[in-house]
Each structure stands twice: as C-alpha cells, then as structure tokens.
Design a protein around this ligand. Structure first.
Ligand code: CA2
Length: 156
C-alpha cells in the first residue's frame, strides 16, 4: 500500500485565485490540489488534500497525520497554516506533540510583507520551510518532504 502525503490548508485559502491575485496568483485551490495530486502520483504517494477555516480542525488533522506517520502509513504534512502561522500556539503544540514531519509553506514571501507576518509559531517545529515560490511551492514542498522522509528512513 502506498504512503500518504498530507497537504493541509488554513483559513481563507478556499478563496485562492478569486481574490488578491497580485499576492497569491491566479491558481485556485482546486488547481493546487491537481498539482499536488500529479506530484504525489509521480512519487508513488497517495494524497490527502484538505482546507479548513478552523484552528481546532487543523490541530485534529495534525494529530491524525502524526498517528499515520508513527504507524508507517504517511511521510508527513505540507502545511500552509495561513493566518494561524502568526498566532497559533495550539498549532505549534500539536506539531510538537504529534512528532509529525511538517514542511511549512507560504505562497507569498511573508518576509517582504507586513511585520506581523514575519513571525511564525510553526517554523520552530517545522522540518523545513517553503516561502515565496507561489503555488508551485506545493510541488517543491512535496518533493522536499519526500526526500527528507527517504533520507531519515535510510538513517533509521
Ligand atoms: O502566503 C501564504 O501562503 C500565507 O500563508 C497566506 C495567508 C497569510 O495570512 C499568510 O501570512 C501568508 C492568507 C491566506 C488567505 O488567502 C487568500 C487567498 C486569496 C484571497 C484572499 C485570501
């Protein structure tokens, strides 16, 4: 059975491609899901792609992914926490507690934007960070997560 890669998206990312194309591009979330499915398929992975506007739901999903990773069923999570990046101690605690491999992803370069977007509660517990590559960052992040998981499996 193939391993799963989880891709979780936080609040308002359902609006992707419909508002603020100057910042986030013209691709919709459905387009991003198709890109992720293609990328996962090439790597022989199953994709679980989700979006929620609710912080607690993200916490539940991270715990679920942690269990799947611990049981050898998943390689980890590409997580765009959206605005919760900058506010959520709960997300940091969830990732730490679940001991799940997370690549934090942002479509925009948050460091070129407002000061409040420069701090992330997720970065200290992320295995890696993908910032500012537009929606193509999702493809790059899945590749990077896969490479990291393979490298860690070789060392184990
Ligand atoms: O650059 C990113 O991916 C962000 O995670 C996007 C978040 C923002 O709060 C982070 O600072 C950076 C915002 C997601 C909202 O997405 C929208 C998409 C289209 C229109 C309106 C919002």
């Amino acid at each position: 059975m193939s391993l799963t890669v989880y891709v979780f998206n936080g609040p308002n990312l359902n609006l992707l491609g419909r508002r603020e194309p100057g910042i986030y591009g013209a691709q919709t979330l459905a387009d991003v899901e198709a890109l992720c499915a293609e990328t996962a398929g090439k790597l022989g992975l199953s994709l679980e792609f989700r979006q929620t506007n609710h912080e607690g739901t993200l916490v539940d999903w991270i715990q679920e992914a942690g269990t799947a990773q611990a049981e050898g069923r998943a390689i980890g999570v590409v997580l765009n926490p959206a605005a919760y990046t900058h506010t959520s101690v709960a997300l940091q605690d969830a990732i730490k507690g679940a001991q799940v491999r997370v690549i934090e992803l942002h479509i925009s370069n948050v460091h070129q934007r407002e000061e409040f977007r420069h701090h992330s509660f997720v970065s200290p517990v992320a295995a890696g960070i993908m910032v500012g590559f537009g929606t193509d960052g999702y493809r790059l992040a899945i590749d990077a997560l896969h490479a990291k998981a393979e490298a860690e499996a070789m060392r184990a």
